[in-house]
Ligand binder design. Sequence first.
Ligand SMILES: Nc1ncnc2c1ncn2[C@@H]1O[C@H](COP(=O)(O)OP(=O)(O)OP(=O)(O)O)[C@@H](O)[C@H]1O
Ligand SMILES: O=C(O)c1ccc[n+]([C@@H]2O[C@H](COP(=O)([O-])O)[C@@H](O)[C@H]2O)c1
Length: 195
Amino acid sequence: MKKSKIGLYFGTFNPIHIGHLAIANYLVEHSDLDQIWMVVTPHNPHKKKNTLLDDRQRLHMVHLAVDDYDKIKPSDIEFNLPQPNYTVNTLAHLTEKYPDYDFTLIMGEDNLKSLPRWKNYQTLLDEYSIIVYPRISPGDVPDELKNHPSITRIEAPIMEISSTMIRDGIAASKDLRYFMHDDVQRYIEEMNFYK
Ligand SMILES: Nc1ncnc2c1ncn2[C@@H]1O[C@H](COP(=O)(O)OP(=O)(O)OP(=O)(O)O)[C@@H](O)[C@H]1O
Ligand SMILES: O=C(O)c1ccc[n+]([C@@H]2O[C@H](COP(=O)([O-])O)[C@@H](O)[C@H]2O)c1
């Protein structure tokens, strides 16, 4: 039987915004992926944790954003794994837990630039496929990763917005309602987040 193909879109999602959602939506409709899982990372090894909203709140906002679209699912798989969260460990755990699924990593080209600094990145490249979407000029991608057989580049349309821009805007009392899913925006307002 053919294994289901799952794309893993990792992020801190503090908060999830339409840039993330549009990419996931585009990729699941324009690739051979059956589903995309939005994996909420408690602690990125390259970032400080102290400015983050609680893991459960970030996960809840991902639920609010994607629960009416069955091809995209939130995942809290990293909540019970050791922190900081190394992607290679999470993939090993998922592969063991779900032997019937075939996992593909999704990342922006900006992350590809830093991939050689990730834990056991050669294992990631040897054992998994990676879908990359444009975020910086291809000139910045390390030579060893250009034309790598495990990496597929998909020309997805990009909105250059970030969670930082949203957090800073809310703190400055801006109304940024169209940069987020309606329910996420309402929840942030109700909970008084990022003020
Ligand atoms: N506008 C966007 N379009 C496509 N991908 C994005 C966009 N913003 C972030 N990403 C990618 O989504 C993944 C998760 O992003 P993350 O949760 O760190 O969001 P962010 O907006 O970059 O957050 P922050 O501003 O807090 O650093 C990362 O791989 C990041 O490169
Ligand atoms: O495994 C690593 O060494 C590693 C190094 C840096 C980042 N990552 C992962 O990359 C994902 C994207 O992070 P972020 O903060 O850009 O959303 C997140 O799941 C991190 O844990 C993983």
